[in-house]
Design a protein around this ligand. Sequence first.
Ligand code: GDP
Length: 453
Amino acid sequence: MSFVERYQELELLRFMTCGGVDHGKSTLLGRLLVDSRSVPEDHLEAAKRNNEVDFAMLLDGLRAEREQGITIDVAYRYFRTNKRKFIIADAPGHEQYTRNMATAASNCDLAVVLVDAGEGIIEQTRRHSFIAALLGIKHLVIAVNKMDLVDRSEERFDTIRRAYDAFAARLEVTDVEFIPMVAATGENVVQRSAQMEWYGGRPLLDHLENVHIASDQNLIDLRLPVQLILRGDDGSRHVAGTIASGVVRVGDEVSVLPSQTTARVSGISHRSEAFAPLAVAITLDRDVDVSRGDMLAHVRNIPTLSREIEAMLVWMSAEPLQQGREYLLQHCAVQTSAVVRDVRYCIDVTELRHHAALELRMNEIGRVSIEASRRIAFDAYSRNRATGAFILIDRMTGETAAAGMILDRETAPEEVLTPVRSLAAIEKLLADYGLDADSIEEITAIIASRLDR
Ligand code: GDP
């Protein structure tokens, strides 16, 4: 079986839903689970009231689960159709909960962002979209819900779509799908809406079942973080770990990082090749020095080796980030002490503006430079979510203080953000002139599409 076939066989889509309070998230998820016939009967019984299913109530179990645990901020729900398996990550939607959303998003392939058709694009829409993009989600679905409150108007839908495009033009998201919806009646959730015939696209479930994610997996750069070394009875030695990305074949020449000693792969646990995300035990043809925390990569395609890291941090601790203070940095199987040398800026997530900052407080996102006490092997997060992510741990309390995404040093985020920043400025200017929100949306959409060309 080739790795492509194998990957297709797995077909698991991890997605999350986000949006403002009362936009209909619970209703939508309830609909999705019930109409696709994925809900266990007992849940359905509990949610029945006067012979009607209260879809928002169906999700209450999930909420309770979330509130019980101090450490569990994200709840997961599983369902499957005959096309795919799904895991839904549910993070609290309140705007303070950036860290919960970031945690959920770091594991997701796709995010469904709910927009209230009456309200249009609001602060949370932008905030959630930015966090999803920052955490490497490549597929967004903008679910324009409560279309019944705007007469299921195609014009209204198009206005919202243009306003969103204007904002999202500079986000690194390759695939944005807009779906007009009435979650309350299930229109365009699982079943196509008979009352919005102008919409030529697919209902949400159809899209979730078919969105192409196989190529999101990095199969180019072999990265195998070493989790442990196994010894066979015959004295043989096996390097074990979960392949973070790429493909490894018997005969490949690999480099052990950070020492950069090389060896050839002489065996891979009863197979000739293996690929992410499989766990494997590999034998090497030479007795090289290798231990937990090292990483294997192909000789001609190795990650960056450095003590210095440029990264975006999502600060998660009540105790603000202090420059110069020592933290524990965990990256793949490595733990090392590290110091944040410089907070370059803090991002205003709503406006995509950045401002100077000396510290980062809980739920804030900012760019920093970090110096680790030893060299680590990493990639940019945008290229490799597994080897580009790390966490900072507070040494005193042992709690996770921040989630980090390593930046490609070639691209300066300042440049990426400037056009959006000026668009926001234009928006403000137009508002000062007294233009109504719809006109502003329309004008900025036009400007954004010009800038794009
Ligand atoms: P959440 O806070 O995002 O989880 O939102 P809920 O699912 O609890 O929904 C908030 C309110 O909006 C509830 O009163 C729902 O019945 C209502 N609602 C949800 N979807 C729709 C819709 O498509 N149309 C209308 N008119 N109301 C809806």
